[in-house]
Design a protein around this ligand. Structure first.
Ligand SMILES: Cc1ncc(COP(=O)(O)O)c(C=O)c1O
Length: 394
């Protein structure tokens, strides 16, 4: 009997897991690691959301199987959010599905719409599910750049001209994880026109919809008239309301794609625990100042990180959105490779970051630094890094 399982063979070891294991071992050994590795929010959700979860969990009727596509109230709340925030109208019955986190939504969508041998266009560097969701489903990835400049459009056109079979799906993710790059509405207008011309579905991952800075709100692809003909968009409660462990996200937009996702999900799951969905409604329908406070906290951390790391001798970019900065390896370490650098930084400076190579080949030479510790800890990380750079000066 063979243990060469078709899907397992397509999954290399999760690079990020290697550094995570080292971080875990260092912590077990009593070392105080400042963890800027994973994009795992360190704050709790708003109190009224936790209260709602507890209240609904007390109901004897709340403990059965829930609805795979999400309870109607939550689908309506998401439709209202799109209307309020982006001016986009959605039919909660046919154009909204609740997912168990956007990661599950993306992977179930990959299962729903791709066949072995299909070619999918996905960015590199990328959040791993953008590629592996499809590879697990048996599809093939053709990488396109993440940076949304003229090379991007050229790469898309080349991909259509030279790939056999023709690509069927394009994944986009702005604000980008890991690069934090953003786009404006002009980009999405051009993208929708391109997708229609080339008959390609677009999956837009807008997980960082509310983590934007300097007063420049992120845009949705669905703001483009006619975008629903070719696109769906994924959003998440994880970062907006610090509910990462609750596993609630959404997919909205094109009815055919939503129907395909809903169908696959109806075979795979019964939806999130009803009290979790009810609490997610309370979050979406509740006061918006909690979202603004969350954003302000990340912006302030961002400013502290950029200022203190730069003073420590490592110039890092100022991200316009997301919870990450995407930094080149500091001077003197360029040739080390991002994985080795991340391990060394963990061992010698007690700071965990995510190796860029974990996000694809194009991520080599970079690390992703998450703003998931408080300002005092970020300053401590900068002090440790300063010493690390001095000790390792060549
Ligand atoms: C770009 C992007 N998409 C999706 C996700 C997954 O989020 P969720 O918790 O909704 O599954 C993340 C999580 O970090 C992300 O960065």
């Amino acid at each position: 009997m063979s243990d060469e399982f078709y899907r397992i063979k397509r999954m290399p070891p999760y690079v990020i897991a290697e550094v995570n294991a080292m971080r875990h071992a260092a912590r077990q050994a009593g070392r105080d690691i400042i963890d800027l590795g994973m994009g795992n929010p360190d704050q709790p959700p708003p109190q009224h959301v936790i209260d709602k979860l507890c209240e609904v969990a007390q109901k004897p009727t709340a403990h059965g199987y829930s609805q795979s596509k999400g309870i109607p109230g939550l689908r309506r709340a998401q439709a209202k959010y799109y209307e309020r925030r982006f001016g986009v109208e959605l039919d909660p019955e046919r154009e909204v599905v609740v997912t168990m986190g956007s990661k599950e939504g993306l992977s179930s969508m990959a299962t729903a719409i791709s066949a072995p041998g299909d070619v999918i266009l996905a960015p590199s560097p990328a959040y791993p599910i953008h590629t592996y969701g499809f590879m697990i489903a048996g599809a093939t990835i053709r990488s396109v750049p993440t940076t949304p400049d003229e090379h991007y459009w050229k790469a898309l056109d080349n991909a259509m001209a030279y790939t056999v079979p023709r690509p069927t799906v394009l994944v986009v993710n702005y604000p980008s994880n890991p690069t934090a790059e953003t786009v404006d509405l002009d980009f999405y207008e051009r993208l929708v026109a391109w997708a229609k011309r080339n008959e390609v579905w677009v999956l837009s991952d807008l997980a960082y919809s509310e983590l934007y800075y300097d007063g420049k709100p992120t845009r949705s692809i669905l703001e483009v008239p006619g975008a629903k003909d070719v696109a769906v968009e994924f959003t998440s409660m994880s970062k907006t309301f610090s509910m990462a462990g609750w596993r609630i996200g959404f997919c909205v937009g094109n009815q055919k794609l939503i129907a395909a996702l809903t169908r696959v999900k109806s075979y795979l799951d019964y939806g999130a625990f009803t009290p979790v969905q009810a609490a997610a409604c309370a979050a979406l329908n509740g006061p918006e100042d909690v979202v603004a406070e969350n954003r302000a906290r990340y912006q302030s951390r961002r400013d502290v990180m950029v200022e203190s790391f730069t003073r420590a001798g490592w110039e890092i970019p100022t991200p316009p959105a997301s919870m990450f900065t995407w930094a080149k390896l500091p001077p003197g370490f360029e040739d080390m490779g991002s994985l080795e650098f991340s391990k060394k930084l963990l061992q010698e400076a007690e700071v965990a970051v995510a190796a860029g190579v974990g996000f694809g080949e194009e991520g080599e030479g970079y690390v992703r630094i998450a703003m998931v510790e408080n300002e005092q800890r970020i300053r401590q990380a900068a002090r440790n890094i300063k010493k690390f750079l001095t000790d390792n000066a060549r």
